[in-house]
Write a protein that binds this ligand. Sequence first.
Ligand SMILES: [Zn+2]
Length: 228
Amino acid sequence: MAATCEESQPAICPVADCRALVTHTHLLRHMISEHLDTRARTLPFQLRLREVASGQQTLLMLTYRQLAVDHDQCLAVLNWSCDSPFDLMEPQLDLPPCHQALTFHLPVLVMVCRTTWKALLKQDDDKGVSRDLTSEWGTVYLLWLVSPFTRRAIYANLAVLNSRLQCIVRRNRRRIRNFASRMPISQFINGLDPFFVSLNEDQLDELCDGGGEKASVFLEVTIEGEGQ
Ligand SMILES: [Zn+2]
């Protein structure tokens, strides 16, 4: 099945403040060359690059209160080795020699954003949401996964654990989003969105011994593969 034009067109890099136009076959190369550098501005959230198989868990530490507000952050690139890459997606091209083994892997970017309900609803202005209602709503964290275009849907489980590795937010099965597609914010607000997990800051603080600047959680990301 051929991709429709929109789904496989080059798109803006999903990382905040990076305006680079990236093709689907060069997303991993772009992440390695522009965002993996340890001297890059992503600190203290240094990007991790990892190869994963279906069902393999990755734990990512997140000092959540230190995230800049309204800043889409990539915590890790999980290079998923799928069973049949040739009919699922295009290969990743022009990788540096030390990363060429990842050519037929799907790069999955683990994204997080600290924002407010107010900012989220502002993106959805024409839906007529009352401003008085939104002003009292607090800080929220959004988690989602993006990858280059795939011909079939890919699913992953997201969970949040506290520093004692107790699961505090149950495993949520979510679809991996095409990085070139726009965020359907009205669906998200209505709870119908299959891509995002949202967490309230108050809820996180409560589950992490009262919060504070250094409070941290672990995100557990497990790529399950194609849906049934
Ligand atoms: Zn970028």
